[in-house]
Design a protein around this ligand. Sequence first.
Ligand code: ACO
Length: 323
Amino acid sequence: VTRSRILGCGSYLPAKCLTNSDLEKLVDTSDEWIVQRTGITQRHVAADGEFTSDLALEAAKAALANAGVDAQEIDLIILATATPDNTFPASAVSVQAKLGIHHGFAFDVQAVCSGFVYALTTADAYLKAGLAKKALVIGAETFSRILDWTDRTTCVLFGDGAGAVVLEAYEGEGTTADQGILTSHLRSDGRHKEKLYVDGGPSTTQTSGFLRMEGREVFKHAVGMITDVIEDAYAATGYSSEDLSWFIPHQANRRIIDASAKKLGIDPTKVVTTVDKHGNTSAASIPLALCQAVTDGRVQRGDLILLEAMGGGFTWGSVILRW
Ligand code: ACO
């Protein structure tokens, strides 16, 4: 059967870093409050003139190098982002052009913090269906551009960054012992729209708007939704928390990550966490964390990895893959 597997990954963080003490100078907050409620100590912020497609391009180039794949072999680019360079065209098309690729096709996926899980699942389906052979799946965001820097309840939480993987179609054995994406589960429920949204857009205000969030409401739903969609993944594969090598969740908040792992019975030593250094980078957080764990040697070929995300919409989803 045709499957898809990850050949390599790459990531990029803008040079500029904002610490909690930098934020103390902008809004009425404290390092202690931010660390205790979120686990975040710093976040990266894109420079003026540095756009989502620029971050995405750097991550894509690093992923191609890591995979040992030439850009010309790529015939599909899916970029998960809620902060595209422009309303249109898709930022994925800019990345395609900057990589010098003039064949195949590229498009953006918008599922906010769940974007990478949605994009990976979409690319996997396209590869399995034979629509493409090698894909770049990227999560890239510049949330700093849609934050209200006078609102302490949101501006301390997010950061900019990008991560990417190279995915290829291959003929596998068809058992769950195989390499590659083993199962994906996606969900959304638009009734929760008002709990986390941006108060602008082309059709409503003709501005890009600012992020608005009922933090406590999001928190209340997060752990239940995350664990539900992971239970779906376990049911589909027969795997359980004990079988996992690594749990690489969306990095929104240390307390959400810890509570989800605890509820699922996942050993804390198997949880990859980057939220302390990156903040919440939305669609970029999972590939950034994955890349970190690959680079520092934690993730090894053959490892069983669980990805999970939840975000605005609400949207949520899980992927189990063998590295
Ligand atoms: N610094 C200091 N005080 C603050 C700050 C801040 N940055 N932000 C809020 N406060 C104050 C509030 O005003 C409130 O004060 P009050 O009691 O006088 O009214 C107090 O702190 C408590 O506020 P809560 O909102 O109840 O604090 P809570 O413990 O819920 O923590 C937080 C807030 C961190 C946002 C939490 O609700 C949370 O993590 N929610 C999940 C949201 C999230 O992670 N979203 C990311 C996007 S969605 C996703 O990616 C899954």
